[in-house]
Ligand binder design. Structure first.
Ligand code: HSE
Length: 300
């Protein structure tokens, strides 16, 4: 999975997580088929599922008529804010590339992977963004420069940090979470966001983890989404008190992402759980590292 936005990079930044992860088993088959385990809400309709749409899109990119039998094992439920559909979409595209023996080191194939996963994400989440897809595909920290044409940059994540995710029990649909956003924002908020996003990137490039955390600040979306996320303020306050370097809504929510030094991670995880509980919301907390992106487990 992955975290989009990371505070100041609305629709632009993405951070890949090492867990939770989707697993997709794929084999060519005369009859296209899809089974999903781990989340009953994920569509099993081949035309609406992120993984199957992405796999088909990749075959089409190669000009191949081809069908596949897919078994998707979800590592995390949808509507959580940590890029569940983006992860499935990437899995579908990567599995198709492996089965079709495409050379993913070639820039043209990598671009086709990104386009196919993007198509899967659009079908799966109902709102097409590249931030989670880019992070899940390439791993590390990613910046979406442009969606049309698709231009993505990848930066390595500094060592010595953990990413703690507070995962409340309820779901929040991305479209619902976007519906509360204004079409215009005050100039001072735009300026503040640009400053934080630029300083965040500077922190990534210089390994200044304090600066990264300090600049997980969003004036574009989070202020408007706050009312959709019970427990957010209490969880964020508790995590900061427990030593988090920075806290933000994870993607479109309702999960919360906290960045912390390794030794503080257990305290921050406990604080996120307790904070959500204080807000009346049961939640779990996961301590993650930055992930390496989609991995091929076995090729048969
Ligand atoms: N960046 C998106 C949003 C979520 O905040 O609505 C992930 O694509």
């Amino acid at each position: 999975m992955s975290v989009a936005n990371m505070g100041s990079g609305f629709d632009t930044f993405g951070l890949c997580l090492d867990r939770p992860a989707d697993i997709l088993e794929a084999r060519p088959s005369e009859r296209p088929r899809l089974r999903v385990d781990g989340d009953d809400s994920i569509p099993t309709d081949l035309r609406r599922n992120a993984a199957s749409v992405a796999a088909k899109a990749f075959a089409r990119e190669l000009g191949v008529r081809w069908s596949v039998d897919l078994h998707l094992i979800k590592g995390c439920r949808g509507g959580s804010g940590i890029g569940s559909s983006g992860a499935s979409a990437v899995a579908g595209a990567v599995a198709a590339a492996a089965l079709l023996r495409a050379d993913v080191q070639r820039p043209a194939v990598a671009a086709a992977l990104l386009r196919s996963a993007f198509a899967g994400e659009a079908a799966g989440s109902g709102s097409a963004h590249l931030d989670n897809v880019a992070a899940s595909l390439f791993g590390g920290f990613t910046i979406v420069e442009s969606m049309h044409p698709q231009i993505v940059h990848r930066l390595p994540v500094p060592r010595g940090i953990r990413v703690v995710i507070g995962l409340p029990e309820y779901r929040l649909d991305t479209q619902r979470s976007r519906s509360v956003l204004p079409t215009h924002i005050p100039r001072r908020d735009a300026v503040e966001n640009v400053a934080h996003a630029a300083a965040f990137i500077h922190g990534i490039m210089t390994g200044d983890v304090e600066a990264i955390g300090r600049n997980m600040v969003d004036r574009i979306a989070e202020p408007y989404r706050r009312r959709l996320v019970p427990g957010l303020d209490a969880a964020a306050t508790a995590a900061r008190r427990a030593g988090a370097l920075g806290v933000a809504l994870a993607g479109s929510g309702p999960s919360v992402v906290a960045l912390t030094r390794v030794r503080r991670a257990p305290d921050v995880a406990r604080a996120l759980r307790r904070g959500f509980a204080r807000g009346g919301v049961p939640a779990e907390a996961l301590i993650c590292r930055a992930g390496r992106g989609a991995q091929l487990l076995e090729r048969t």
